[in-house]
Design a protein around this ligand. Structure first.
Ligand code: G3P
Length: 217
């Protein structure tokens, strides 16, 4: 499973990138607003750092303006994936940009039917939002499973990009289901390293190091 990092914070992307943990980046208007940076400038800097796909989201609601925004965003770098919402206008924009050879990430997906439409419209990525379904007592992981089944049934090439990931367990669950990509905030990716028995085991080793005066350097 590829790891995308869901942030527009350059320093955090760089830290994970240096460890080989970043196969791509996703941003959205909320993350850009949080960064306090200009969307075109910060997106360019991310694209200069990361070779993999960098999702940059349109902000218009109508297809004509979305298309113009998408074409402008795509000019930032070759690794831009234009992110469009899963609305009818978003699907129209997806089809046109995909036909022009531009990667498209269709976001705000909350149903298998929406994912089916995005695949038909030529999306490179579909972004089902796990956490926001869980928030309303629905099952986000079940949606990932359903989309996996549907795409595999018909050989759709659209990649499942699990999004709105809130916990480290979401990451391993997505990997078990076979999501192609999971995008998560840096803190969630880092939390994957945590285990209480690792901490406990290390504390025991350190006590013995102290007791026996073991030195390597
Ligand atoms: O990848 C989508 C993500 O940014 C949304 O996450 O936690 O706001 O639902 P969240």
């Amino acid at each position: 499973m590829k790891f995308f990092v869901d942030t527009a914070e350059l320093d955090q992307i760089k830290e994970l990138h240096d460890l080989g943990m970043v196969d791509g980046v996703t941003t959205n208007p909320s993350l850009i607003a949080k960064s306090g940076r200009d969307i075109l400038e910060v997106t360019k800097e991310i694209c200069d750092l990361v070779k993999g796909p960098v999702s940059a989201e349109v902000v218009a609601l109508d297809a004509d303006t979305m298309l113009a925004e998408g074409r402008k965003l795509a000019k930032i770098a070759d690794n831009i994936a234009v992110k469009v919402p899963l609305t009818w206008a978003g699907l129209q924009t997806c089809k046109t940009l995909s036909d022009e050879g531009i990667m498209v990430n269709v976001t705000l997906c909350f149903s298998a039917n929406q994912a089916l439409l995005a695949a038909k419209a030529g999306a490179t990525f579909i972004s089902p939002f796990i956490g926001r379904l869980d928030d309303i007592n629905l099952d986000g992981l079940e949606l990932i499973e359903d989309i996996r089944t549907i795409y595999d049934n018909y050989g759709f090439k659209t990649q499942i990009l699990a999004a709105s990931i809130r916990t480290a367990n979401h990451m391993s669950d997505c990997a078990k289901i076979g999501a192609d990509v999971a995008t998560a905030p840096p803190a969630v990716i880092k939390a994957m390293a945590n285990h209480i028995l690792t901490d406990k085991g290390l504390a025991g080793f350190m006590a013995d190091v102290e007791k026996a005066g073991i030195k390597i350097l």
